[in-house]
Design a binder for this molecule. Structure first.
Ligand code: NDP
Ligand code: 8X3
Length: 250
């Protein structure tokens, strides 16, 4: 039987590439994000490969999260795979110079948003004693770097929540994983630097991971046999050795 996956942050970057990878492999999709036009474009592009349902909500909005997931039509209610991917960095500042709004955004989206979506989806997995949750963490969840403070803290929280979920959901046979990439060339830097011109420099002088590279690893994890759980992955582009060591050609 075909599996159904719900992907948050499917309008761009890693989430969108994962939607394409899953569609190619016949997984039915619930794609989520705030940009309706993009959701519709992706649906059009993928509907020849698989069934696609759209959900437009902000993961920060508790009520919107629950009502979106409750609104799913009967044939999409059974979610086998949850990809908690929506998230971003907002700003890159010394701790005493950071913006409170940026801090709120990162904690509210990357941590609380992930929790709200999980709370809305996981109970139907525990009821059926089956399911697979993949949280998109980051190398920033393993090692902090200068000026990364709150973003790194939010991703450390994602890694901690992933380990905690794996323990709590173990009696139900639910797989839980964190996929933690280093630098991936997406709209991430446009968001972090608020569209400033130096955002374009973030991926210059080396070949960063592409969103499709991460999507392939996510698909690898979801396509393992029932007894295998890829619990934790750290992946870098070859030019990156750690969050602070990147070999760039100048
Ligand atoms: P993008 O900016 O390309 O994509 C971010 C996605 O998150 C978009 O689809 C956006 O959709 C969604 N999103 C953001 N805020 C909200 C919100 N409030 N409510 C709902 N959806 C939201 O970045 P990436 O693809 O790079 O990022 C995806 C994940 O990967 C994030 O969790 C990020 O932290 C993580 N990551 C990224 C790395 C990188 O270097 N790029 C490295 C390691 C991890 P919309 O705006 O339509 O709502
Ligand atoms: C995104 C990668 O290095 O900008 O999580 O934190 S980094």
């Amino acid at each position: 039987m075909k599996k159904t996956a719900l992907i948050t942050g499917a309008t761009s970057g890693i989430g969108r590439a994962t939607a394409y990878e899953f569609a190619k492999n016949g997984i039915r999709l619930i794609i989520c994000g705030r940009r309706q036009e993009r959701l519709e474009t992706i649906q059009k592009a993928l509907e020849n490969h698989t069934e696609v349902h759209l959900l437009n909500f902000d993961v920060r909005d508790k009520k919107a999260v629950f009502s979106a997931i409750e609104s799913l039509p009967e044939n999409f209610k059974h979610i086998d795979i949850l990809i908690n991917n929506a998230g971003n960095a907002h700003g890159l500042d010394l701790i005493h110079e950071g913006s409170l709004d940026d801090w709120d955004a990162m904690i509210d989206i990357n941590v609380k948003g992930l929790l709200y979506v999980s709370k809305a989806v996981i109970p139907q997995m525990t009821e059926r004693s089956s399911g697979h949750v993949i949280n998109i963490g980051s190398s920033a969840g393993r090692e902090v770097y200068p000026k990364g403070n709150v973003y790194c803290a939010s991703k450390h929280a994602v890694v901690a929540l992933t380990d905690a979920m794996r323990m709590d959901l173990n009696p139900f046979g639910i797989k839980v994983a964190a996929i933690n990439p280093g630098l991936v060339e997406t709209e991430f830097s446009q968001v972090r630097y608020k569209g400033e011109t130096h955002a374009d420099n973030a991926y210059k002088g080396y070949k960063a991971l592409q969103p499709e590279d991460v999507a392939e690893v996510i698909y690898f994890a979801v396509s393992r046999p029932k007894h295998v759980n890829i619990a934790d992955v750290l992946m870098f582009c070859t030019a990156q050795a750690s969050n602070t060591i990147i070999k760039k050609e100048i």
